[in-house]
Design a protein around this ligand. Structure first.
Ligand SMILES: Nc1ncnc2c1ncn2[C@@H]1O[C@H](COP(=O)(O)OP(=O)(O)OP(=O)(O)O)[C@@H](O)[C@H]1O
Ligand SMILES: [Mg+2]
Length: 353
């Protein structure tokens, strides 16, 4: 605000790992200061809920120490899952101030939780194309107890949460900062993480449709576990390396390919649903983020099934990365994991919590 922008750290508490991105804003744009990841055991965060807060706090503390973060550094975090409700609603035209006063009341009918138990946020999208007297508003409601789990582990680890975003909006944030120079179209951003995939469809750089698909990287592990009688850790090794003692690699590939087919089908179905409900509007390009998009063959299968271009979104493509500090090859390879954290780190201080 007023010229001197603060540095904010993005922390993405994912099911498989906590990711950290620290950016510094300079006249020539963002510069990467830190990026790091601390893996979590599979039972620490389940279905977006923090089940083992001690382990999560310890992992954040490890990140703080390794990256020399100062005590009380300000961070932005993101949430997702069934405790977060995103709805596009149509309301009579009113000013921001008027809406601020009435949003609690307006929201009540759209939120399946007691309004007293949720944090509410909203964004006016623009005039409702179906009714000139109305405007479209994106309403976000998240259960207070759920948000407090996340802000609680951040505070306990010695940091200060200043922004709480929604995962798919953090990816949108980084996408829009990369393509701010007017790439206007209908595009789908899909972050495929360990536990779920977050879909966000943008029209002219504004979110028009969001959806969570309950399938991610752990679906591969489950199938490999079942098929080969492995535990989760060994299934992960098999998935990532393609081989494991006593396992026929070709058979493993067949199992992996089948899960990819299912995943691609689920995602394609969600895109079809969007087209069917949104004036036959067609997505023209898909951008993928999240660790699962590195699955061999996934992008090809997706492209084939959708008959449209599917690309990786590189959150660091417009961020200055110093060769003397970072291994550029490593940053490029790790990019899919850091889209949410990078999107969070580009939030400026003053955004709503
Ligand atoms: N090379 C790879 N090929 C296939 N899958 C991979 C690869 N590398 C990582 N993964 C998978 O990606 C997932 C981790 O990705 P990511 O860090 O984006 O998820 P997360 O943020 O922890 O999960 P969520 O977003 O669901 O909370 C894990 O399931 C991991 O097994
Ligand atoms: Mg994630």
């Amino acid at each position: 605000m007023f010229g001197s922008k603060k540095e904010i750290i993005g922390i993405d508490i994912g099911a498989s790992a906590i990711k950290l991105v620290q950016l510094k804003e300079s006249k020539s744009g963002y510069k990467l200061k830190a990026l790091d990841l601390e893996a979590l055991p599979s039972e620490a965060v389940v279905d977006s809920s923090i089940m083992d807060s001690n382990t999560v706090v310890q992992a954040i503390r490890d990140l703080i120490v390794r990256n020399n973060l100062s005590k009380n550094a300000e961070v932005s975090i993101a949430v997702s899952g069934h405790s977060v409700i995103i709805r596009k609603i149509s309301l009579p035209l009113m000013t921001d101030e008027e809406l601020d006063g009435s949003i609690q009341w307006e929201a009540e009918q759209y939120i399946p939780f007691d309004i007293a138990d949720v944090y509410l946020d909203y964004q006016i999208v623009g005039p409702d194309p179906a009714d000139q007297g109305q405007m479209e508003v994106i309403l976000v409601a998240a259960r207070r107890d759920f948000i407090n789990e996340y802000t609680g582990v951040i505070r306990e680890s010695g940091l200060v949460p200043v922004v709480v975003d929604v995962e798919c909006f953090a990816v949108e944030n980084i996408y829009c900062s990369l393509y701010s120079d007017g790439l206007l179209d209908v595009v789908a951003l899909i972050d495929i993480g360990a536990s779920a995939a977050q879909l966000n469809i943008l029209k002219d750089n504004i979110s028009v449709f969001t959806r969570e698909i309950q399938m991610g990287g752990s679906a591969y592990n489950e199938e490999l576990q079942k098929h080969f009688g492995l535990n989760n850790e060994d299934a992960e090794i098999l998935k990532l390396s393609g081989s494991f003692e006593g396992v026929d690699s070709e058979e493993a590939h067949t199992v992996i390919d089948k899960v990819t087919d299912n995943l691609v089908q689920e995602l394609a179905r969600a895109l079809d649903f969007f087209s069917a409900t949104f004036n036959d509007e067609k997505v023209s390009k898909v951008y993928l983020t999240g660790g699962v998009c590195l699955t061999s063959g996934l992008m090809d299968k997706f492209e084939h099934s959708l008959e449209m271009p599917v690309a990786l979104l590189d959150p660091f493509s417009r961020i200055g990365v110093k060769e003397s500090v970072f291994d550029l090859e490593f940053v490029k390879k790790s990019a899919p994991f850091y889209a949410v954290a990078a999107g969070l780190a580009t939030r400026t201080f003053g955004d709503k919590i």
